[in-house]
Design a protein around this ligand. Structure first.
Ligand code: UD1
Ligand code: UDP
Length: 390
């Protein structure tokens, strides 16, 4: 891709799942601020349906194209094939100058590959995250590698992700260190006065400490998740002053095991996925978070909440280094032991509960859009670089 002076450029954002939508929303909003420079187009694959729509509604995003591909029990092949076919049509109709994809889902990779087949430039938001283990997380590690190989512009959230890209010989002037847009989204949503709707009214925020749980990773489906849920049951039996709040992912393979192990257990609230706003505010009111989510690992440190990560690897080492996040895997005794310790040892808890902001400062979307305008000769000014603050 060469720098060329143009009057305006067409930028198409492509996303499909809940986390991509949350993290792309600030970019969609920012792109709309430059109508003289940028013609924005939004295309969603709807790899997720309800969980995507929740976010579109919150940020008032009305997609120009909705491929509506989700099917119950969809395989990686189903998602890839349907997304590629649908995006072929959209790209043929729109001829964008740049396609923006986010992160590491199958929509991300299909979006990048479809753009490449149309010889259209690709910008990768949240570029350069790596575990260097191709099956962990699966298939996200390979999705982000392959997307990175195709991308022309790389929006790396942190110094670490930039280093990963440089080690793969990505030219330095194709990388912008922007911070993660998830922190922009978080700044829009968390506030002290937020009041929860009736779905959460049974939670006793005044007398109990809240342990918030989410699980969905493909490599944790089945027995690993079962072990985690058994550990939670033991924790609830041991500690009478905690409540577990568990917004259960829509994946039926997750829901089945959750229901078997935790259905009907006292002080365990199995609820549907929450809208982003109540979820973010629930994180803010929680004492401890157990998750295998990527996004939650980035948000919780900003809120000063300790996170036990139910995985063996992470592509987000920054908060682990800062001490707010601990990788513990899914072994039942380990999950129980680590959670029990944090809930009973106040010194250890305080050590982990320090807030830190390694992932962003709320200005990532501004930097990304400025970098795009700079790259296409629509502004002379390069964006500033995100630097981590304590
Ligand atoms: C996907 C992404 C993963 C991301 C996660 C975020 C891939 C391969 N995986 O995983 O990287 O971390 O989203 O949550 O891209 N379902 C619904 N309604 C919804 C969403 C999902 O019913 O709104 C059900 C469907 O039955 C669907 C199943 O969940 O078939 C699995 O969805 P899928 O997108 O294939 O995988 P996730 O585990 O959600
Ligand atoms: N989230 C949400 N509602 C919920 C659970 C999570 O809005 O009930 C948000 C969370 O704050 C984070 C994102 O969803 O921003 C993470 O999505 P997920 O864990 O599904 O995917 P990952 O980040 O692991 O790809």
């Amino acid at each position: 891709m060469t720098k060329s002076k143009k009057r305006s450029i067409k930028v198409m954002t492509v996303f499909g799942t809940r986390p991509e939508a949350i993290k792309m929303a600030p970019v969609v909003i920012e792109l709309a601020k430059f109508p003289d420079d940028i013609v924005p187009v939004v295309a969603v694959t709807a790899q997720h349906r309800e969980m995507l729509d929740q976010v579109l509604h919150l940020f008032d995003i009305r997609p120009d194209y909705d491929l509506d591909i989700m099917a119950a029990g969809q395989t990686l092949f189903d998602i890839t094939i349907k997304a590629m076919r649908g995006l072929d049509g959209v790209l043929t109709a729109e001829h964008p100058d740049l396609v923006l994809v986010h992160g590491d889902t199958t929509t991300t990779f299909a979006g990048a590959l479809a753009a490449y087949y149309h010889q259209t430039a690709v910008g990768h938001v949240e570029a350069g995250l790596r575990t260097h283990n191709k099956y962990s997380p699966f298939p996200e590690e390979m999705n982000r590698h392959l997307t990175g190989a195709i991308a022309d512009l790389h929006f790396a959230p942190t110094d670490t992700s930039e280093k990963n890209l440089l080690a793969e010989n990505v030219p330095t002037d194709h990388i912008y260190v922007t911070g993660n847009t998830v922190i922009d989204a978080l700044h829009h949503t968390v506030n002290e006065e937020f009041s929860f709707d009736p779905a959460l009214s049974k939670i006793n925020f005044h007398h109990h400490r809240i342990v918030l749980v989410t699980t969905h990773r493909r490599e944790n489906l089945g027995e690993p998740m079962r072990h985690v849920y058994k550990a939670l049951k033991r924790l609830i039996d041991e500690l009478s002053d905690i409540e577990v709040v568990f917004p259960v992912h829509k994946n039926p393979k997750v829901r089945e095991v959750v229901e078997q192990e935790l259905g009907g257990v006292e002080r365990v609230h199995l609820i549907d996925p929450l809208d982003y706003e109540p979820f973010a505010n629930l994180m803010h009111r929680s004492t401890l978070i157990l998750t295998d989510s990527g996004g939650v690992q980035e948000e919780a440190p900003a809120l000063g909440k300790p996170v036990l990560v139910l995985r063996d690897t992470t592509e987000r080492p920054e908060a682990v280094a800062a001490g707010t996040v601990k990788l513990i895997g899914t072994d039942m005794d380990r999950v129980y032991g680590e959670a029990y310790r944090l809930l009973t040892d106040s010194k250890e808890y305080s050590r982990m509960a320090e807030s830190c902001n390694p992932y962003g400062d709320g200005h990532a979307a501004r930097r990304i859009v400025q970098a795009i305008r700079y790259h296409y000769g629509l502004t002379e000014e390069k964006p500033d670089r995100f630097t981590m603050t304590k």
